[in-house]
Design a binder for this molecule. Structure first.
Ligand code: HEM
Length: 546
């Protein structure tokens, strides 16, 4: 057949529309097969309708893809789209490329805050994605009977191991894995983890003492990263990674890890591309190298066998022999890697920000020190967590730090399940809508925390909403998320934050070093990068032993 160009255009146009209809109802799970399918359709259309020459192929492809793209764009912007009533940036409503841009910008939390100020509680931040800035949605979305994690989380799987982990499992599988984790986070475990925690803090303080004597500034974000990473090694694999001992990162674990985590965070916006990306030669090998530190520790752990302190490996491998079905080694390794990535930057960011706050607000620091001195007068039992509850103001400062700078500022999305539309905070959402409830936005909303939601006011936690004009909505504190998939290690993380801060505030006075440390709040805000979790830039402090 040799069609006229107009007839060919009509056929290619119809094929484009048909493809849109198909993809609308069958969301692709990979990128390569649909892309290959589109390419083959162009070739087939050209060959069937006319002579297969490069010029004809180009013409058919242009019309075919043009029709497909136009159809998608028009539908997504049209009043017939089920999310048409929700406002948002034009580009976000049309394409996930906008989400990709926000993720790559590392400023997603700030962008979302600005958008909520502009558009209100419900903002369309993707063709099928809504960000909710209203705390009334928390229980429905994240609480018991809430929604399961969306596509966003699927990419948090190491392609080399190809095993899901507690972070991206759903439903019964997630509940079963959480049960094991919860055993590893019980009171007995909390007590035993105090030992390696204290040892690492002492090692870190050795370095700080040295820097103090040499009158050299300490990069606190670096020291806290070494601390949290080493401690996660103990907690997950029964042994640290040696970063604090060596006082550096000679084998360059962190730059590799940073690239890996940032890459995954980017893929959350285009999960269908993850499998394609991982199929690129060399990618799996790169991932393997990135997490080699964990593999080495796991190998060592298997050689060593269980130690007195029961680590996560002990529980997940069921070395106690209480589970009916045992997990495989790769499944355990996947969770171990997840523990290290989930528990390192989060804790390091929180500690660094706390330190920054203590230098920025010297009156608060003086009150923290006075409180610590009153509970631990001679400092001998400073590493015992039992009396942390008595440090009311110190706890309030940590809470306020986590409120203003939640280490997971935007969180991932939950997805409305197949079936009828669901009501969330008075609005209706159709199946497959991805819903975000960003902590950074919720925490800085005066309906939840007033007065001055953007200011550091630790006393708000002590007043507990009782002051004139005070609002303190405990339900809206999302630093550790909420519900069945909240932070499994919340207690452990708080123990770390309290133990480090009490020990350091007891022993040292900190001040901003002249070496380019962010001193203004805006500068500090700008030093924080979001890539699902967050990382902070350098915090150079001069350290004086008290
Ligand atoms: C200040 C420190 C920490 C903060 C603020 C924090 C915050 C969070 C948040 C907000 C989530 C939910 C994320 C989401 O749904 O996208 C989460 C989940 C999780 N966190 Fe933490 N975290 C901290 C420390 C830790 C530590 C030390 C560990 C150590 C193992 C850890 C392990 C996990 C795991 C495994 C999950 C996934 C739980 C699940 O999906 O069931 N976190 N964390």
């Amino acid at each position: 057949m040799d069609m006229a160009p107009e007839q060919l255009a009509v056929c290619a146009g119809i094929a484009g529309l048909a493809n849109h209809l198909y993809f609308k109802n069958n969301e692709p799970k990979t990128g390569h097969w649909p892309l290959l399918g589109l390419g083959l359709q162009s070739v087939a259309l050209t060959a069937v309708c006319t002579t297969l020459t490069p010029a004809n192929l180009l013409y058919t492809t242009a019309v075919f893809l043009g029709s497909l793209t136009t159809s998608i764009v028009v539908y997504r912007l049209s009043p017939w789209h089920p999310l048409a009533q929700y406002p948002g940036p034009l580009l976000a409503r049309v394409t996930k490329m906008w989400g990709l841009y926000t993720q790559l910008s590392t400023r997603k939390h700030k962008i979302l805050k600005r958008l909520h100020e502009q558009y209100g509680d419900f903002v369309r931040i993707g063709p099928n994605d809504i960000s909710i800035g209203n705390a009334d949605a928390i229980k429905t979305v994240l609480g018991a009977g809430g929604f399961q994690k969306g596509h966003y989380y699927e990419v948090f799987t190491d392609p080399d191991l190809n095993q899901p982990n507690v972070f991206n499992m759903r439903g019964d599988a997630h509940a079963a894995r959480r049960r094991i984790w919860n055993r590893g986070m019980g009171p007995e475990a909390m007590k035993s983890f105090e030992i390696p925690m204290a040892e690492h803090i002492k090692t870190m303080m050795g370095h700080l003492d040295r820097l103090s004597k040499e009158k050299k500034a300490a990069n606190m974000s670096e020291w806290f990263t070494y601390f949290s990473f080493d401690f996660m090694g103990d907690m997950a694999f029964g042994g640290d990674f040696g970063k604090l001992k060596e006082g550096g990162d000679k084998d360059k674990t962190f730059p590799m890890l940073q690239i890996g985590i940032r890459g995954v965070a980017t893929l959350t916006q285009v999960p269908w591309f993850a499998e394609t990306f991982n199929a690129i030669p060399g990618v799996k090998g790169m991932v393997r190298d990135t997490f080699d530190f964990a593999r080495k520790r796991a190998d060592q752990r298997m050689k060593d066998g269980p130690a007195e302190i029961k680590d996560l490996w002990y529980h997940l491998m069921d070395e106690e022999g209480v589970e009916k079905v045992k997990l495989g080694q790769d499944e355990v390794l996947a969770d171990g890697i997840m523990a290290v990535t989930a528990g390192s930057d989060t804790v390091a960011t929180a500690l660094t920000t706390f330190c920054w706050m203590m230098v920025k607000y010297p009156e608060a620091a003086a009150r923290v020190r006075a409180e610590i001195d009153s509970i631990y007068p001679d400092g001998t039992n400073i590493f015992e967590c039992d009396r942390h509850d008595e440090l009311k103001f110190t706890n309030a400062c940590i809470q306020e730090t986590l409120r203003l700078y939640p280490p997971v500022p935007s969180n991932g999305a939950r997805k409305i399940p197949p079936g009828p539309p669901r009501l969330v905070a008075g609005k209706v959402f159709p199946q497959n809508t991805q819903l975000y409830i960003p902590p950074y936005v919720i925490h800085r909303d005066e309906r939840n925390f007033a007065p001055a939601p953007n200011s550091f006011d630790p006393d708000r936690w002590l007043r507990n909403g009782s002051g004139k004009g005070d609002v303190l909505n405990q339900m809206a504190f999302l630093a550790f998320s909420y519900g069945a998939a909240n932070c499994v290690a919340k207690k452990l993380a708080l123990n770390e934050l309290m133990m480090v801060s009490t020990a350091l505030m007891k022993r040292y006075e900190f001040s901003f070093s002249p070496l380019g440390t962010p001193k203004q709040t805006t500068e500090w805000d700008d030093s924080i990068d979001e890539y699902h979790i967050t990382g902070v830039g350098k915090l150079m402090l001069d350290v004086k032993i008290r």
